[in-house]
Design a protein around this ligand. Structure first.
Ligand code: HEC
Length: 145
């Protein structure tokens, strides 16, 4: 009988250990870990966008889908109701424009309805862009978005 308790005890400790390890890998604590690639770190930064943006398939959430957003003209998802400000903006979303936009969305597009304050750390934006490329791919001008 004691032996059974011992086995169960060891199993519980092992499970807790694995859970701790997995959870520890989660969230912002991975930031700045040199063993992770930029895109891997960017995945964690993307959590701040996830409430409003999908990236796998361009599902419409509050914000337009971000699959293939790199090299995509701004305000170009058909059927998405952009603010007048975003609809009037005419840029290609690349490293330069996205960095400026994501640093201070409301400064880059005054009147945008994107309710997001911005990302202060340049490294986080770089990581995020690496993730957007890795996960969402580049815009394909031929494909109908
Ligand atoms: C609270 C919701 C919300 C959050 C959080 C948010 N966005 Fe947005 N985003 C929007 C909305 C809404 C729009 C449409 C803006 C408009 O029409 O003015 C938008 C527009 C955009 C656009 C322009 C897309 C296009 O088709 O032109 C990009 C790029 C973008 N967001 C990236 C991001 C990224 C990257 C993050 C995370 C760092 C983020 N957003 C966080 C709601 C959000």
């Amino acid at each position: 009988m004691r032996f059974v308790f011992l086995i169960v005890g060891v199993a519980i400790i092992l499970t807790a250990g694995v859970a701790w390890f997995v959870l520890r890998e989660d969230g912002s604590r991975t930031m700045g870990k040199p063993e992770l690639s930029s895109a891997e770190r960017g995945k964690f930064v993307f959590r701040r966008c996830q409430a409003c943006h999908a990236i796998g398939e361009n599902k419409k959430l509050t914000g337009p889908g971000l699959a293939g957003v790199i090299n995509r003209p701004s305000g170009s998802i058909e059927g998405y109701r952009y603010s007048n400000a975003m609809a009037a903006l005419s840029v290609i979303w690349d490293e330069k424009t996205l960095t400026e936009f994501l640093t201070k969305p409301r400064a880059f597009v005054p009147g945008t309805k994107m309710g997001f304050g911005g990302i202060k750390k340049p490294q986080e934006i770089q990581d995020l862009l690496a993730y957007l490329v890795a996960e969402g791919g580049l815009h394909d001008a031929e494909a109908t978005q």
